[in-house]
Design a protein around this ligand. Structure first.
Ligand code: DX5
Ligand code: ZN
Length: 219
C-alpha cells in the first residue's frame, strides 16, 4: 500500500527550548519532512505550550513546512494569524469545532492545507462527510496534551478504518499519527496505512536525533 517513505514530522514540544535555534538547524539538516508544532490552550487540553511569538521565531529559521496542531477551543478565531506567521498546514480538533465544515473551508481559503485531528475516543466515521475536503487527518494515538506518553494500540485499527474510508471516498487526505510513535511501533503504524508520523520524545530524547529521524524514515 505505502511504497513511498513515510513523512516524518518531529514535534518541537520535546525539543530543548534553551537551544531552540540549534534544534531547528538540526531539523533543517535532517531527513525530517515537516516540523510539528503543538499549540495548547489549557482549556481544550490540560496543558499550555507555546503560541504565536514562538512560531514566528521558528518560521524565521525553519526551512521545512510547519505542521501546526491546534489543541485549542474555537480554533476558527485564529486561522488568519496562523497564516500570517507562516504556518503551512493547520490541523484543528474535531471535538473543538461546532462548524467543522466551515472551519475547513476557511483554512483552505487562507491557502493552508487543512487537517482534522481525532481524539482516541472519537469515532472515525464522524469524518465521512468532510473527508473529501481534507488534506490530512491526524489520528491521536495518545490523549492530547503531553509528549512522552504511551501509544494506544487501538489506534492501529483506527488508521486502517480511516484508510478504507479515504479510498472509498476517493479522498486525497493523508493520514498522520501522533503520540507515542517510536522505532518499535513505526513499522506497524505504516503497515496499518499511515502516510505521516509525528515523533516528539523518540526524536529529541534520542542520542542522535538526526539518526533517529533517518531510522524512522527507513522503517
Ligand atoms: C500530544 C502532542 C504530540 C506530542 C508527541 O498532545 O500532540 O504531538 O508532542 O510527543 P511524543 O512523540 O513524545 O508522544
Ligand atoms: Zn501534536
Amino acid at each position: 500500500m505505502n511504497s513511498v517513505k513515510p513523512i516524518i514530522a518531529p514535534s518541537l514540544l520535546s525539543a530543548d527550548f534553551n537551544r531552540l535555534g540549534e534544534e531547528i538547524e538540526m531539523l533543517n539538516r535532517s531527513e525530517a519532512d515537516w516540523i510539528h508544532l503543538d499549540v495548547m490552550d489549557g482549556v481544550f487540553v490540560p496543558n499550555i505550550s507555546f503560541g504565536m511569538p514562538v512560531i514566528k521565531a521558528v518560521r524565521e529559521l525553519a526551512q521545512k513546512p510547519l505542521d501546526t496542531h491546534l489543541m485549542i477551543v474555537q480554533p476558527e478565531r485564529y486561522i488568519q494569524i496562523f497564516k500570517e506567521i507562516g504556518c503551512d498546514l493547520l490541523t484543528v480538533h474535531w471535538e473543538a469545532c461546532t462548524h467543522l465544515h466551515r472551519t475547513i473551508a476557511q483554512i483552505k481559503e487562507h491557502d493552508m492545507l487543512a487537517g482534522v485531528a481525532l481524539n482516541p475516543h472519537t469515532p472515525v466515521p464522524g469524518l465521512e462527510d468532510v473527508i473529501q475536503d481534507l488534506d490530512l487527518v491526524l489520528i491521536m494515538s495518545v490523549n492530547p496534551g503531553f509528549g512522552g506518553q504511551k501509544f494506544i494500540p487501538r489506534a492501529l485499527h483506527r488508521i486502517a478504518e480511516l484508510r478504507e474510508m479515504i479510498e472509498r471516498n476517493d479522498s486525497n487526505a493523508l493520514i498522520e499519527v501522533d503520540g507515542g510513535v517510536n522505532a518499535d511501533n513505526m513499522a506497524d503504524i505504516v503497515k496499518a496505512g499511515a502516510d505521516a508520523v509525528v515523533a516528539g520524545n523518540a526524536v529529541f530524547k534520542a542520542e542522535s536525533p538526526e539518526e533517529m529521524i533517518h531510522r524512522l524514515k527507513s522503517l
